[in-house]
Structure formats: structure tokens, C-alpha cells
Design a binder for this molecule. Structure first.
Ligand code: FAD
Ligand code: SIN
Length: 519
């Protein structure tokens, strides 16, 4: 009997990378987009600050390129950066065509700035940029007859034979069954891995699934030591993962100690607009020196109406929690925010496995180097989704489907000990936060490695014995991705950008990428 889950292209993930790829694929191709949660859930929806592009006549491509390279401590790949930067203005136009209405000042874009940018080049939809992009991408994808969208479908593993990807095994969270989705081409667009850390700005979907699946399949995983910590997440017992956008600092907000004293002048002449690694380390240092639980971000000196018009999401969320940002400084702490490394890809988003692509935060395109510049991530998602779709549209020749085995669950039984999963899940996130955080050392990294390696073995054993559940699949991915992060961190013998190791406090003269491959 023919498998009803056969498509020209399978896209795993419905963030801006996945949905943009879907709508750019030719109408003649059958496309499945699967997502493990609600379709709109994922980091893209929560993006506040904006998307960077040279749109101001005073700005130019070379300046966006050199800012990106400098922020990434010269580790970025110049060709990929140039490609992304030059495509940025047309990416903005593509988004406008599907209905995204960027904020304007009169007839011009209301461009703002963030750390690392030497010009105003961040286009935004007030502080709801990601929400607007996602709603419009989803509406467009839903209207295309060649696209079928499956929510609550969690990819478990890629189907690989003869060094070629033929789709993925997918767990349906409602029926609890694993189904093979067979495809000629597969795009991984599963986002980042910031949930590996105890404190994060990310939603629950960022468990590193795509990175772990690709690793198991034999992909090159590059530069995973570069986890970006966003300097300013809201510090409040009832606020899980709420970001206070860097664009507040772009509009002049100041970082202070609890007594109102400013401190960024002690760290960098760019003050609050130094790149994120510098600001996050400065805050971490102040908190450690003084024993504070948080520092403060103050924009209350601006006009109240201006604040609530420009930052409605942040104003309202803080108000719900009893913080009036028009009158009071906001308590903030750094938290894991972005995975700069990932599945190694070229400009067409191709991985080293045939018919397997990766787009968005899950990919390592080389544009971020050792530290991502603010608002370059949504841009990377949109630009590389376009080049990925173009490559598939122009190269999909073989359209006969591979035969694959059904999922075999004959040797497993339901687990009676769910607590094992919750316990290990929390332990991994604590280890990563305490030993693989903003400031690292070889001894802390080694302690983390030994325990994570042990947990990895325990989880593997558990996975082989018991019936799969969504929690178990995510735990397996979280521990494998964490292990890759630690291995990458141990193999970088220098401090560069987001990776700061006290045992090697300086930058090496040699510039290199770390690559981890499943052996
Ligand atoms: P996501 O948007 O995270 O989407 C991943 C998708 O994959 C989700 O649909 C998820 O459910 C699905 N998925 C994951 N695993 C599986 C699986 N195993 N099976 C099936 N589906 C799966 N960047 C900017 O450039 N500008 C900003 O202003 C900005 N603000 C941000 C604010 C916040 C709070 C956060 C968290 C990030 C922000 N970023 C910003 C970063 C940026 O939003 C993300 O890097 C980008 O949106 C990632 O898009 P993505 O499509 O790669 O992944
Ligand atoms: C923010 O709004 O501070 C997030 C921007 C980004 O991550 O690029």
C-alpha cells in the first residue's frame, strides 16, 4: 500500500525559516511542514527587536558586512555574510509582499539600532516583529494548495540510506504513533538549543532536536561552543523566558546597579551598545562582585506615551507583573538566547548529506562567527530559506520514493518511571548553566563533560528499553546537543566572542572552526 505521507519536500519546523522555505518552493512540488507544537510556537514568534537590512541611503553593504564580521570576532565567513547582507533589502520587500507592515516614520522605515551596528538598520514592527512575520508567513502557507501543515508532529530521526536523506520518522503527539514521512528532499528548520540552559529567553521548543538528529545522521556540526547569552531577560519569579529587547538600549536605555549607578563605562566605550558578549559578561561580573540577583535597565526618562507606543508588548507584560517601565527601572539578568553554531551548510543551505538541507538557527551558515550581531538572525532565516528553496526548485530531478521500514516498537514497553526524565532534564540544564555558561574554565568543562556523557548513556539505555514519548525524544536530543556544546567548548583553546575560557583568556592568531562528527 502506498504510504500517504510521501512528499517532494519535508520541512521540519514552522518558524520563520521553515515557513519561508515552504512558501518559496515551487507550486508544482508537494510540501509537508511538520511542527512539534502549535504552528506559531517557536522563537520566531517572540522576536521583538527586528530584522537588519541596509535601507537607509546613508548606510551601505560594506558597513553591514564589517559590523557583522567584527561582532563575530572575525570568525564569520565573508562570502556567506556578503550574500546575506546583499539579499537583505529584497528580503524585507518579500516580507512586505506577504503583509508584514514595518513601522515607519513618515514615508521612511523607522530604523533603529542595537549592539554592534554602526548605522540605524534594524527594521521592526513596533516590538512584535516576529509575531507579525509569523502570522503573515503562516497565512500565506495555509493558502497554498501544495503545502500540507501538520502540527503536534515531532521528528524523531532522519531516514538515511546510501548517504542520502529520504525523510524522517515522525511521532504524532496525539496518536502516540511513529510514522515514516518519506521525501525527496528534507529541510531541517528546528531552531536552536537554548533550552539546554537553566535560564533562557527561548520557548520550550528550542531543545536542539535538529542538531541532534543531524549529528546522529552523520552531519558536520560546527562551532557549537558559541551560545549567545542575551544580557537583558526580565528577572521576575513569575516571568518565564521574557526578553527585554536590546532595542530599548538602541533607544537610549541605561544599565544600572540597584542604587542607580551606571557601570558600562567600566567595560566598553560603546557602553550599552557594545556587542552582547561584552554586555552579558559585564552584567555577570557586576552580579558576581556585588552578590546581586539582577541589575536594572532604565528607560523611564523617556516620555511615557512614546514608551508604550514603541514597546507595547514589553510595557504590557511588565505592567501585568507589577512593573511600570515608564516610571521604574526593569530588573534584568542574562540568559541563554541563541545558538550560533549548528549543522554546517553552504550558501544553498545544503548539508554534507545528500538531499538534506538546514535553514535558520539550526544551521551554521558561517554568518555569525563567534557572536551573532543583533537582528541578523531573522535575516539569516529569510535569506537562506529563499536560497534553499531556489536550489530545490532548480535541482529536484529524481521523484521516485525510497521504500523505508515501518517503525519497530516490538522490543519496547511503556516506562513506569517518568520521574527519570524530569530529573535528568533538570540536571542537564543546571550543569550547562553552572559549568558551560558565560565564563568557562577547562576544569568546569571537563566536569560537565563527564556527567553529561554519563547521562547520555543512561538516556540511550532508556530510549532502547521503553516506548517513545515526546519528553523522551526531547531529552535524548537535549543531552546529545549539550554534549556537542561541551565537546566544542573543550576543543577551542582560546577565548573568542561568546566563548570565554579563563584558562585561555586571549584570542589565538589562528582562525578556525570546531567541527564535531558522529564517529
Ligand atoms: P524557530 O522559530 O525556533 O522555529 C523552530 C520550529 O521547529 C518550531 O516550529 C518548533 O516547534 C519546530 N521543531 C523543533 N524541533 C522539532 C522536531 N523535532 N520536530 C518537529 N518540529 C520541531 N532575532 C532577530 O533577528 N531579531 C530579533 O528581534 C530577535 N528577537 C528574539 C527574541 C526572542 C525572545 C528570541 C527567543 C529570539 C529572538 N531572535 C531574534 C532570534 C530569532 O528569533 C531566532 O533565531 C529565529 O526566529 C529562529 O527561527 P527558526 O525558524 O530557525 O526557529
Ligand atoms: C532583541 O530584541 O533584543 C533580540 C534581538 C536579537 O536577538 O537579534
Amino acid at each position: 500500500m502506498m504510504n500517504k505521507y510521501q512528499f517532494d519536500v519535508l520541512i521540519i519546523g514552522s518558524g520563520s525559516a521553515g515557513l519561508m522555505s515552504a512558501i518559496q518552493l515551487s507550486d508544482s512540488l508537494s510540501v509537508a511542514v511538520i511542527s512539534k507544537d502549535e504552528i506559531l510556537e517557536g522563537s520566531s514568534f517572540y522576536a521583538q527587536g527586528g530584522i537588519s537590512a541596509v535601507l537607509d541611503p546613508e548606510d551601505n553593504f560594506n558597513s553591514h558586512i564589517s559590523d557583522t564580521l567584527n561582532t563575530g570576532f572575525n570568525l564569520g565567513n565573508k562570502d556567506s555574510i556578503r550574500f546575506m547582507v546583499e539579499q537583505a533589502p529584497s528580503a524585507i520587500i518579500e516580507l512586505e509582499k506577504i503583509g508584514v507592515e514595518f513601522s515607519h516614520k513618515g514615508s521612511n522605515y523607522d530604523l533603529t539600532t542595537e549592539g554592534g551596528h554602526s548605522s540605524k538598520r534594524v527594521a521592526h514592527v513596533s516590538d512584535k516583529t516576529g509575531q507579525s512575520i509569523q502570522i503573515n508567513l503562516f497565512a500565506t502557507a495555509k493558502n497554498k494548495k501544495n503545502i500540507t501543515i501538520f502540527d503536534q508532529h515531532l521528528a524523531v530521526d532522519l531516514l538515511i540510506s546510501n548517504s542520502k536523506c529520504n525523510g524522517a520518522y515522525v511521532f504524532h503527539k496525539k496518536t502516540k504513533k511513529v510514522i515514516p514521512f518519506i521525501s525527496h528532499n528534507t529541510i531541517i528548520a528546528t531552531g536552536g538549543a537554548s533550552k539546554s540552559y537553566l535560564y533562557t529567553s527561548n520557548p520550550d521548543t528550542s531543545t536542539g532536536d535538529g542538531i541532534a538528529m543531524a549529528y546522529r545522521a552523520g552531519c558536520e556540526i560546527t562551532n557549537m561552543e558559541f551560545t549567545q547569552f542575551h544580557p537583558t531577560c526580565l528577572f521576575h519569579p513569575n516571568a518565564k523566558s521574557f526578553l527585554i529587547s536590546e532595542t530599548l538600549r538602541g533607544e537610549g536605555a541605561k544599565l544600572t546597579l540597584p542604587n542607580g549607578e551606571e557601570f558600562m563605562h567600566n567595560y566598553d566605550e560603546r557602553l550599552e551598545l557594545a556587542p552582547r558578549d561584552i554586555v552579558a559578561r559585564a552584567i555577570d561580573n557586576e552580579m558576581k562582585i556585588h552578590g546581586y540577583d539582577c541589575v536594572y535597565l532604565d528607560i523611564s526618562f523617556k516620555d511615557s506615551k512614546w514608551i508604550s507606543d514603541r514597546f507595547p508588548t514589553i510595557t504590557n507584560r511588565c505592567k501585568e507583573l507589577g512593573i511600570d517601565i515608564c516610571n521604574k527601572a526593569i530588573p534584568v539578568v542574562p540568559a541563554a538566547h541563541y545558538t550560533c553554531g549548528g549543522i554546517n551548510t553552504d550558501i544553498d543551505a545544503q548539508s554534507n548529506i545528500n538531499n538534506l538541507y538546514a535553514v535558520g538557527e539550526v544551521a551554521h551558515t558561517g554568518v555569525h562567527g563567534a557572536n551573532r550581531m543583533a537582528s541578523n538572525s531573522l535575516l539569516e532565516c529569510i535569506v537562506f530559506a529563499q536560497s534553499c528553496a531556489k536550489h530545490i526548485n532548480e535541482n529536484l530531478l529524481n521523484r521516485s520514493y525510497q521504500k523505508v521500514d515501518d517503525w519497530d516498537s516490538s522490543r519496547v514497553e511503556p516506562s513506569k518511571e517518568k520521574v527519570v526524565i524530569t530529573h535528568l532534564w533538570q540536571e542537564i540544564r543546571r550543569i550547562m548553566w553552572n559549568f558551560v555558561g558565560i565564563v568557562r574554565s577547562d576544569s568546569r568543562l571537563k566536569s560537565a563533560y563527564f556527567r553529561i556523557e554519563q547521562i547520555n548513556k543512561e538516556v540511550d539505555e532508556y530510549y532502547r528499553l521503553y516506548t517513545v514519548t515526546d519528553d523522551m525524544i526531547e531529552l535524548r536530543n537535549l543531552v546529545q546537543t549539550s554534549k556537542i556544546i561541551v565537546e566544542s567548548a573543550l576543543s577551542r583553546k582560546e577565548s573568542r566572542g561568546l566563548h570565554f575560557n579563563q584558562d585561555y583568556p586571549d584570542k589565538d592568531d589562528k582562525i578556525y572552526n570546531t567541527v564535531i562528527i558522529n564517529s
